[in-house]
Design a protein around this ligand. Structure first.
Ligand code: ZN
Length: 403
């Protein structure tokens, strides 16, 4: 067996610490997974990411399929070999990007829907670049306008060629703005696609014997509805196609911020305890604490690196924009309590200058800091679960961060 999860400590609320074993190494959980959308964490060397404590990297099947093509990554020896990242890797199924980029949704999975019109999110018949039907999704490339079609089988083939340790079933991402009726129909479609992913995954695993084992995660949708989320989790946990079951589970789709912990709790209480759970797309400290408290093991999000490139830096006392005039001659590190390379060697004044001068090093130094900040927070949470003081850390960290 080359892929398995073991739990090492637990919270009364369902949260836990543990280890995910993969063919390319172990991931101590809970863990924040760095996003390298196009097989690169923008502006940062893999060695530097490892130095930030990154344990695993998640790349995107949609982007790599369009450019450079999954067959090329396969020929290079898979995602990890191609990008010189020796540790565990994830790819997401492409479902989210196909629908969000392809569909031209403006704010497809916004957690805060205030001020959004339903047309902003799901534009029925309105210059949509992606169309969902029961067999798959037809979409237009955001790069060159070419037409493509993703089905569960296509997503599985692409993800096998990319060769990540953890891959995801192809699902339909819905939004908080979709009607209850649409959520129900979508969930049925996602379940049918999940079974087709299991069948395709089983065949590909056999056909590509000799390659490292790839673990397939089913993705639990169901938006904000308790009955739909619970049913989706139960159905995916029980899914079995000729002996092929899911190795873990993703929690996807629209998550209303104030209900995030509750939704994770519904889902995790239906899932088997011996398989890992990945929550797609979160990194806000309060969201991380909430999700971990109720049983999510791993997370990914583009936000820490994207915000870094926008000069928005994290500190224990909240975030700030280093291009603000107040930082012009501030010779303190970004965060005096941070142990990252950037904080050890550079000042706010220097970063302020780099961003103002549009020097590329700004992106590198800022990304190192933000990634390390979130990785370290999740490392601290993991240690607190084992030490039995998760609630104390949650109170003290969030109290200060959002003060
Ligand atoms: Zn730092």
């Amino acid at each position: 067996m080359t892929f398995w999860f073991e739990q090492t400590a637990a919270l009364d609320s369902g949260g836990r610490a543990g280890v995910i074993h993969t063919p390319h190494g172990d991931i101590a959980t809970p863990a924040f997974v760095a996003v390298g959308t196009q097989a690169s964490v923008k502006g940062v060397l893999p060695e530097t990411m490892a130095g930030c404590g990154v344990q695993a990297v998640l790349a995107n099947a949609y982007h790599l399929y369009l450019q450079p093509g999954s067959a090329l990554v396969d020929a290079a020896g898979g995602l990890g070999a191609f990008m010189n990242w020796p540790g565990p890797t994830f790819t997401d199924s492409g479902g989210f990007q196909v629908l969000s980029l392809g569909a031209g949704f403006k704010k497809v999975l916004a957690m805060d829907t205030t001020g959004l019109q339903s047309d902003d999110v799901i534009a029925e018949g309105k210059q949509r670049l992606a169309m969902v039907d029961d067999a798959g999704v037809t979409f237009t490339s955001h790069l060159d306008g070419s037409k493509h079609r993703f089905t569960p089988e296509v997503s599985m083939r692409i993800q096998h060629e990319l060769g990540a340790d953890i891959i995801f079933a192809f699902d339909e991402c819905t939004t908080l703005m979709n009607t209850r009726g649409y959520q129900e129909a979508s969930l049925e479609r996602t379940y049918a696609w999940a079974l087709r992913c299991l069948a395709a995954h089983r065949e590909l695993t056999e056909a590509r014997a000799g390659k490292p084992y790839q673990a397939l995660f089913g993705v639990v949708q169901g938006a904000q509805y308790e009955d739909l989320r619970r049913k989706a989790a139960r159905d995916l946990a029980a899914a079995n196609v000729d002996g092929q079951c899911f190795d873990g589970f993703g929690i996807g789709g629209a998550l209303e911020k104030r209900k995030l912990g509750e939704i994770v709790g519904w889902v995790c209480s239906e899932l088997p305890g011996d398989k890992p759970r990945h929550l797609l797309g979160i990194s806000e400290p309060d969201d991380l604490f909430a999700a971990i408290a109720y049983g999510a093991d791993t997370f990914d999000c583009v936000k820490p690196s994207r915000e870094a490139r926008n000069a928005r830096l994290y500190t224990r006392d909240g975030h700030f924009n280093v291009t603000n005039a107040a930082n012009r001659s501030d010779f303190r590190p970004v965060d005096a309590e941070c142990d990252c390379y950037t904080c050890a060697h550079y000042t706010r004044a220097y970063l302020h200058h780099l961003f103002r001068a549009k020097e590329l090093l700004a992106y590198t130094l800022a990304t190192i800091h933000n990634e390390r900040f979130i990785i370290r927070l999740v490392d601290d949470i993991r240690a607190a679960i084992s030490a039995g003081n998760f609630d104390d850390l949650r109170q003290s960290f969030l109290g200060r961060y959002y003060a």
